[in-house]
Design a protein. Structure first.
Length: 312
């Protein structure tokens, strides 16, 4: 049985060799399986590809899928799966926050018939409290609004083993705005959870800054639910009702009690507040329209500069 290890990376020159050494120590002990290593270069600008080229020359299992530019991790993952030949595919990062020794446990449960063996983080060392808190809140909100029948798995990333039939299902999903963590749940299949503690990065720095994390969160909220559109509609209806009631109250006070109509400050407050709500609703609608715009162009997800392996 062939197992493909898919590793998307971007500027990981400091950690790739250490990761490769740790990975080979694990897979060399698995005599019942053959392995290939599919490294997907997501437009790195450092010496990562040159380092991997040296590994290709000494290890026939190493393959490099060199993308034409930086497309983002979600696209790099699907590119790696497109070029993986294995009966099963293990997805993991190159910074050793995903411990390679868990591969043996993945394989154990795969041999027992599970199609998607996923790793749940118990702890992520070096992560600030506020980030953990915001992550927990995000997953709660996401699960509460996600369409019925789709489960969102909190504290679960891309570190998992997928059977070939799950990989085939995922590679059929070619939408531009990709949220892989939701897609794993959407396709279904027989799943098994294992646990691990994420260590600190072995080298380099994280590529997910606040802006990228926010974009990923928005993709998650808008890819598997239309709840934001519904909420904006409810808000509009609620504020319209409040405005109508307030108008009736002012009319009664003016006609029957001779009270002066509130002046400029109250009017400006109401206008600015309602204007903000309207712009927020338009922004939500615009996000969905933007997704439609991207999909209608029907562009390929990525282009490959070169595939580097010993078969060339």
């Amino acid at each position: 049985m062939l197992v493909s290890i898919v590793v998307p990376f971007y500027n990981e020159e400091e950690s790739l060799k250490t990761f490769y050494d740790a990975l080979t120590d694990v897979v060399n002990s698995q005599s019942d399986y053959s392995f290939e290593f599919v490294f997907t270069n997501d437009g790195s600008t450092d010496g990562s590809v040159e380092l991997l080229r040296t590994l290709v020359n000494v290890d026939s299992r190493v393959k490099i899928v060199d993308l034409s530019r930086n497309y983002g991790k979600e696209t790099a993952l699907i590119a790696g799966m497109d070029y993986a030949s294995g009966d099963a595919v293990v997805l993991m990062d190159a910074d050793l926050q995903h411990p390679p020794f868990l591969i043996s446990e993945f394989l154990k449960y795969w041999s027992e018939g599970f199609d998607d063996v996923y790793a749940t983080r118990r702890e992520r060392k070096g992560e600030p409290f506020i980030k953990k808190f915001m992550s927990n809140m995000y997953y709660r909100v996401l699960q509460s609004v996600t369409e019925q029948g789709v489960k969102v798995y909190p504290h679960v990333g891309d570190f998992r083993l997928l059977d070939r039939k799950v990989v085939n299902a995922l590679t059929e999903l070619r939408e531009q705005s990709r949220y892989m963590k939701g897609m794993y749940g959407w396709v279904g299949f027989k799943k098994k959870e294992i646990f691990y503690d994420a260590e600190e990065r072995v080298g380099g720095v994280t590529k997910f800054n606040f802006r990228k994390l926010l974009k990923l969160a928005i993709d998650g909220l808008t890819s598997f639910t239309t709840a934001p559109l519904t909420v904006s509609g409810y808000l509009g209806a609620a504020f319209a009702l409040v405005g109508f009631i307030y108008g009736v109250i002012i009319l009664i006070q003016t006609l029957f009690f001779g009270k002066d109509v509130p002046g400029f400050p109250s009017i400006m407050t109401a206008v600015l507040f309602l204007g903000g709500v309207q712009l927020l609703s338009l922004g939500i609608i615009g996000t969905y329209i933007g997704k439609i715009f991207k999909e209608t162009k029907n562009r390929p997800l990525y282009f490959v500069e070169e595939v580097i392996s010993d078969e060339k």
